[in-house]
Ligand binder design. Structure first.
Ligand code: FES
Length: 135
């Protein structure tokens, strides 16, 4: 059996949603200390729906495929759904990853969580400023 599924190879060779969103509503960056790989996610969110998502990954092929698949899974989804995305779901959508490469999909889950946390923080700050202005 091949080590990597066709889907992993496809998303590695033709990653979807690569790039940067300059005016992103949420940005998350995570890294894995052991392998040194880094993943950065950018989210554009309107009315709590993920309108756009882009990523930059400096890492292995599985990390690139995982980020690409993760962006596809959350694009167009409400924030509440994106919050629930697990690394297992990313790996399953890729038709599996070798055991020793599962941590690459964890990086994708963490990068999305981190970008969503950044979005929530910004939203709270904006709401606090608006309250201040209205009082
Ligand atoms: Fe570390 Fe893939 S080897 S993210």
């Amino acid at each position: 059996m091949a080590l990597y599924s066709d889907k992993v190879m496809d998303h590695f060779r033709n990653p979807r949603n690569v790039g940067v969103i300059e005016d992103a509503d949420g940005v998350g960056e995570v890294g894995n200390a052991k392998c040194g790989d880094i993943m950065k996610m950018y989210l554009k969110i309107e009315d709590d729906i993920i309108k756009d998502v882009k990523f930059e990954t400096f890492g292995c092929g599985s990390a690139i495929a995982s980020s690409s698949m993760a962006t596809e899974l959350i694009k167009g989804q409400p924030v509440s759904e994106a919050m629930k995305l697990t690394n297992k779901a990313v790996a399953e959508a890729l038709d599996g990853l070798p055991d020793y490469k599962m941590h690459c999909s964890v990086l994708a889950e963490e990068a999305i969580r981190s970008a969503l946390a950044d979005y929530e923080k910004k939203k709270e700050n904006d709401e606090a400023v608006q309250k201040e202005e209205n009082s």
